[in-house]
Ligand binder design. Structure first.
Ligand code: G3H
Ligand code: ZN
Length: 285
């Protein structure tokens, strides 16, 4: 299928009591593995590239590669630029064919966050591209965005309606206790805050920092109305662990690189299938 927008892929998630996984990829193997897993489950999927992943792969190459993968399967696939702080790069990605971008102006004050996010929405609209933005600050490290424990701030529910209304965004990333990267301690999600935010806006909500969240917490978030759940670090860990293992297992005489990389694809597919079962998005394609 042609790539779909974030707005299209998230429509019906809250009412349908399921969430769509947003998974960070850094190259061909993890991306193709993720799509294979989603296709097997007949689930929609959001493929997310960070700024550094895009710069590593190349912008044209990223779009061309994921578009080709999406057109080879009959499930909805959305290509999303994740945590973008470089506005010129966002515009270039939109022009190139990304079907969703996240403007991360969460480090800025409320009014500036609204103004900058609105400008990106106005631009992206002309290209049939969706926009996700963040209110509050998710802690931890994601790509070049680093938020220490002291600076992490939960989303204030009272700020949400005006923010959604004035920015015109298609999805809202909220901060309510999840953290980017590995958790230093057991994650403690603020469910009453999530409940309040859900009650205040129909805008699809996004959970960032999915790695390490217990299964029951994921399920509770989905039951409460979470629409998109981002997972990144878990794939990086599985990718590197698998590659390390293959280098240890295969003899030096083995120079067929596919033998090393196929298991990487497979492990990414397995993780995606597991997440789809938890998020309830199987057979929603
Ligand atoms: O935007 C990306 C996600 O929030 C990934 O978070 O690496 O902690 O799973 P994670
Ligand atoms: Zn994130």
């Amino acid at each position: 299928m042609p790539l779909v927008t974030l707005k299209e892929i998230l429509a019906g998630t809250r009412e349908g009591h399921y969430a769509v996984g947003g998974f960070n990829f850094n190259g061909y193997e993890d991306a193709q593995g993720m799509i294979n897993g989603a296709a097997e489950k007949r689930s929609p999927i959001i493929l997310m590239a960070s700024l550094s992943a895009c710069r590593y792969i190349g912008l044209k190459q990223t779009v061309g590669m994921i578009r080709g993968m999406a057109e080879s399967v009959d499930i909805p696939v959305c290509l999303h630029l994740d945590h973008a702080t470089d506005y010129d790069y966002i515009r270039a990605a939109v022009r190139e064919g990304f079907t969703s971008v996240m403007i991360d102006a969460s480090a800025l004050d409320y009014e500036t966050n609204i103004r900058d996010s609105r400008a990106i929405v106005d631009f992206a609209k002309q290209y049939h591209c969706s926009v996700e933005a963040e209110l509050g600050k998710v802690g931890g490290k994601e790509d070049h965005v680093v938020v220490d424990d002291m600076s992490a701030t939960f989303t204030d529910p009272e700020d949400v309606p005006r923010y959604v209304e004035e920015t015109g965004i298609d999805a809202l990333a909220i901060a309510f206790g999840s953290v980017h990267g590995f958790y230093k301690r057991e994650p403690k999600l603020d469910f009453p805050r999530l409940e309040k935010i859900v009650s205040l806006t129909p805008c699809p909500l996004v959970l960032h920092g999915g790695t390490g969240i217990p299964v029951e917490d994921f399920k509770r978030c989905v039951r409460m109305g979470m629409s998109k759940i981002n997972v990144g670090t878990e794939f990086k860990k599985a990718f590197t662990d698998t590659l390390r293992k293959m280098c240890a297992v295969l003899p030096e005489s083995q120079v067929d690189t596919k033998k090393y990389m196929q298991p990487v694809k497979d492990v990414c597919a397995e993780i995606v299938k597991g997440k789809i079962d938890i998020f309830g998005s199987a057979d929603r394609a």
